[in-house]
Design a protein around this ligand. Sequence first.
Ligand SMILES: [Ca+2]
Ligand SMILES: [Ca+2]
Ligand SMILES: [Ca+2]
Length: 400
Amino acid sequence: MHCVARSRGRFRAITVFHRVWLLAFAASGAACSSAWGGFPLLYWDVNGAAPGAGGPVATGVWSAVAPNWSAAPGGGVPTAGWAAGSTAVFSAGADAVGAFTVTLGPAAPIPGVAGMIVEEGAVTIASGGAASGLTLTFPTIITGFVVPAASATIETPLLGTVGLTKAGPGMLTIDTAPSGPLTVTAGRLRFAASTPPTLTVVPSLAIAGGAAPVATLDITNNAFVVDYAPPGPSPLPVIAAQIDSAHAGGSWLGPGITTSLGNAINFAVGYAEAADLATVPPIFGTVDATAVLIRFTRYGDANLSGSVGLADFDRLAANFGTAAGAMWVDADFNYDGIVNLGDFNLLAANFGLSVGPEGPAPADWSRLAAAVPEPASLAWLALAATLLVPRTCRGSRRCG
Ligand SMILES: [Ca+2]
Ligand SMILES: [Ca+2]
Ligand SMILES: [Ca+2]
């Protein structure tokens, strides 16, 4: 594969990770100029034997019969239909630099997709029908292989059990991840925003850099579960650090586990060990006790229900004053490990509000109204003051 890149004069675009990976493949005996770790390379090409892929907008159909694949990197030879077991490269030549759509054949999923490489342009892989999909037989999808901003949006199911490894500096947008381990080695992997939100469940998550991440997973408005094998250890501490990194003081611009719909006051990424919740909200489906739950929600939603109510406030009250090591489920809503007035203010700003169709909790409002005097704004301050007192005299029978 490194031979292919070099022949196209683009080797400088390859990151250190790719170099190591490609050298590993070369050492394993991968053939030059037409293979990728032993897989043949097929280059997207809608203009047949004419050089290049067909221009900036190389729109076409991906199927076994549509002659839109070239065995030649430059796209200057007769083309043929898709051959299972190949790696899909977008695109032949260097001319497909625009945004274009590749529509899948409608009859069945595309078989034998041994990974994907997006060199330049912005390709959208669209379903051609209800039976459309891509069956991955090799997990790696590289975006930005030549032009760093090159991206792919896959709007069709990713099938197979090999998992997904997102590599390269560009963006990859998918609906949900396929079965198997999920790895983000570089750039940004995004779960497309959806109504209703989607649920992705994976057995493991690896983001390059670990607790000091250097790549990004963007959940937008969705739910995400890392259902790890017992007995663990749980990935919770690393996941918490990755969310803290992405939060970056409320900008959500840091690397790690982020939401591009987040802000500093209302919308955030909540997380919890499933075993730490009284009930698992339905958005996460059926999970066992060894699972980390992650969702887009409002600040203050300690129990990940999707709305901020009295059950969340109770968690804040129970943990108020915690000086270190607090998690989101303990009401640490700004990811600093501490539960204090900053977290209280975030909860107060979102109390009674919902992130989605769960709706607000009117019962919570009425119970809160019965518990505190008017006006509400002063009531919050009074509550905060009273919260501080029990913490300082905890353990004393004389405390009120
Ligand atoms: Ca061509
Ligand atoms: Ca809640
Ligand atoms: Ca905090």
